[in-house]
Ligand binder design. Structure first.
Ligand code: IPE
Ligand code: IPE
Ligand code: MG
Length: 242
């Protein structure tokens, strides 16, 4: 077995890490560049983060790439982000195949431009047989929107007779969310020092351990993911117990 980075205990690796990749714009502005350049640099940080998760044997990595609120940004920035996403899927899919990465996506994917939806479907289909880490892109994702969509799905289930309205539990409801196939995140990492959830995985992060780092996302290195896991391993998860 591969040896783990120092300070990380092999028996307490988070199964699912969620990341709010924040600070691309501020990173670019520091150099006097356009925000878009920060987003481009941010795409490379995603690859480093995936590699770090693979080194540790993390099963699921969910990255917040575009929120439902991000549609409010200037048209040119939204267009640049969509073009970048398209390019990311084209360029990085072969690498995902080499590295055994399985790609999936959550969010209101139907709101994405047609070409991006198509690329996404292609990459997801191509990598569907891979058995390494699952990389979940949260795209046009909002936690409240997901909960509303989950309620709609439950209501359809009730109408269709597959759901017993009297027997709805948190577990049943979880099964109607975009994330139904994944365990809840154990660790939530946010870069750029902002201490908020920004509508990310509101239901699923009930008991996630939160690590906020000052570093801006394009500066994120594999060692930063390892450091977040070291912090996670020092926490005492009580889940309401003693
Ligand atoms: C995160 O970086 C990427 C997206 C939200 C798409 P930002 O674009 O939010 O960068 P800052 O937070 O303005 O620096
Ligand atoms: C959260 O970052 C969304 C993503 C990282 C995709 P934002 O930059 O949009 O969040 P706020 O505006 O600081 O809350
Ligand atoms: Mg931001």
């Amino acid at each position: 077995m591969k040896s783990l980075p120092s300070g990380i205990q092999p028996d307490n690796i988070p199964r699912h890490i969620a990341v709010i990749m924040d600070g691309n714009g501020r990173w670019a502005k520091r150099f006097g560049w356009q925000r878009t350049r920060g987003h481009r640099a941010g795409a490379d940080a995603v690859t480093r983060c995936v590699e770090a998760c693979q080194d540790l044997g993390v099963e699921y990595l969910t990255v917040y790439a575009f929120s439902t609120e991000n549609w409010r940004r200037p048209k040119a920035e939204v267009a640049a982000l969509m073009a970048l996403l398209d390019g990311f899927l084209v360029d990085r899919t072969p690498e995902m195949m080499e590295r055994n990465v399985k790609l999936e996506a959550i969010g209101r994917l139907g709101d994405l431009p047609e070409n991006v939806q198509e690329r996404l479907r292609e990459s997801i289909a191509k990598t569907s047989g891979n058995t390494g880490v699952t990389l979940v892109l949260a795209l046009s994702y909002g936690g409240r929107e997901e909960i509303v969509d989950g309620i709609r799905s439950l209501l359809r289930g009730i109408e269709g007779g597959e759901v017993d309205a009297g027997a709805i539990t948190p577990e049943v409801f979880s099964g109607h969310l975009y994330t139904r196939a994944y365990p809840d995140p154990d660790l939530l990492v946010r870069t750029s020092g902002e201490m908020r959830l920004s509508n990310f995985l509101l239901w699923q992060c009930s008991y996630a351990e939160i690590v906020v780092m000052a570093k801006l996302w394009p500066d994120f290195q594999k060692a930063d993911l390892f450091e977040a896991v070291v912090q996670y391993q020092q926490r005492h998860r009580r889940f309401g117990g003693v």
